[in-house]
Design a protein around this ligand. Structure first.
Ligand code: FE2
Length: 151
């Protein structure tokens, strides 16, 4: 194979792959924002438990670079097992230096026709605040929920 044929082959290969390259998801796409709802209260106590039976863990990361973000503040709030919001089901955590966090809570119940969910807010240094929600599947007892924030 001549050098020019090789170059043509490489060019065709690159052109063939170009649509895939341009439509691919970026590494560490930002977590989709979701409604705050009416029950957010700032200043939830720092703790690792707001109940039993459902463990949430993950890493706060920077969109694009995927760099883990330590010292980010993660707040969550959810309905209690009776289906109403209360202060016992609000918490705040600060991510470890490797960006990870973990807490245990009660499995969230359905709430007024909405699927079970936990609300989150993330405040990471040098990044925009993120408000989102997690939707566990029925019967799930643990989940990994990475929170990817944008600058
Ligand atoms: Fe809610």
């Amino acid at each position: 194979m001549t050098a020019s044929a090789l170059r043509l082959g490489i060019a065709l290969l690159l052109l063939g792959w170009a649509p895939l390259l341009t439509t691919a998801q970026p590494a560490c796409a930002p977590t989709a924002p979701d409604m705050e709802g009416p029950f957010y209260k700032p200043g939830a106590p720092v703790r690792e438990s707001t109940g039993k039976g459902f463990v949430v863990s993950g890493t706060v990361k920077s969109a694009g670079s995927c760099a883990p973000i330590g010292a980010a503040r993660v707040e969550w709030w959810q309905a209690n097992p009776r289906g109403t919001y209360d202060d016992e089901h609000r918490g705040t955590l600060v991510t470890r230096s490797d960006g990870t966090y973990r807490f245990e809570t009660d499995p969230p119940p359905p709430y007024f026709g909405r699927p079970p969910h936990i609300h989150f807010k993330v405040f990471a240094p040098g990044h925009r605040a993120l408000t989102t929600q997690l939707y566990p599947k029925p019967g799930q007892t643990e989940i990994t929920f990475d929170l990817v924030v944008s600058k």
